[in-house]
Design a protein around this ligand. Sequence first.
Ligand SMILES: *Cc1c(COP(=O)(O)O)cnc(C)c1O
Length: 366
Amino acid sequence: MTTTESFPLAFDTTPSAARRADAEREAILADPGFGKHFTDHMASIAWSFDRGWHDAVVKPYGPLQLDPAASVLHYAQEIFEGLKVYRWADGSIRAFRPEANAERLQRSARRLALPELSTADFLAAIERLVAIDADWVPTAPETSLYLRPFMIASEAFLGVRAAHGVDFHVIASPAGAYFPDGVKPLSIWLSQDFSRAGRGGMGAAKTGGNYAASLLPQAEAYEQGCQQVLFLDSEERTYVEELGGMNVFFVHRDGTVVTPALGTILEGITRSSVMRLAEERGHRVEERRFTVEEWREGVESGDIVEAFACGTAAVITPIGRLKARDFEIGAPDAEPGALTMSLRDELTGIQYGRLPDHHGWMRRLA
Ligand SMILES: *Cc1c(COP(=O)(O)O)cnc(C)c1O
């Protein structure tokens, strides 16, 4: 697919005539929740088979014009990203590793036969949007502006092939503190009947279809009094993969940290950052196959002392308990692990500018 731009796109900006008044915006930012409120603008770039990427714009936030035959609605040719933008004490606005999101969107695009958007154009889109909606980046502790870039097949065509018309958009949504009352351990439900991905499937791509596959087991988790589902490999139903939208880690008594190997799981940017921070502290970090049985025996023998989940939304969350049909590991009110909490403090410290950014992870947007 000929998609690489030789020069970055220029964005046209149409400011919204319906910008929310300061008071209304402040009221939203005082209690934003997650994914409920959206800023005044969005960024969009169109792609066609003939023209490549074109028509880069920042425009008023609003409904999309989509033909009912748009192939995304029928065949789910869609990918997305999620990243957070933080307001630092000095007033500057920073994004956490946005280049990594741009690169992952390119990998997802390849798997879904969508055109790749260059890192420069991806970054320009988020920079333009954040610049015009800078007042929407909240200031309260542990809050952020969540960015949701996504790409959809918009061509009106019911034939089954990669679409010749595609749109990329970025929307932004203020996000409140994930744990307003302090960090609470998760209870997770082991899905023994359903898988989210299989060998050769889309597990490594960030695509809506994987989420659609997770909703029924997620509903099962709620029925079981759990907040999240843990998926196993689809062939042997033995190896731990990940939660619906978070990667998992296990901490051994000797300090070794284990996380499932890549392949059918999503390569989290939080996951890779946690691995890096743990290695820098001298922990041995292993990416490998890890069975539920190893988890159960490790907790029984005292060899496994902590488990946690990680992703952009919650950063790092302790796992208190795994509930399965015939057994349980841990307890719902288990104390969060020491390494879990200290990695969480370090990562959020870097993100909010409380700690130095030795890795060059924080990109200044405004
Ligand atoms: C996005 C996502 C993650 C976490 O990735 P981060 O880059 O850390 O936010 C983990 N698993 C799945 C299935 C995801 O979609």
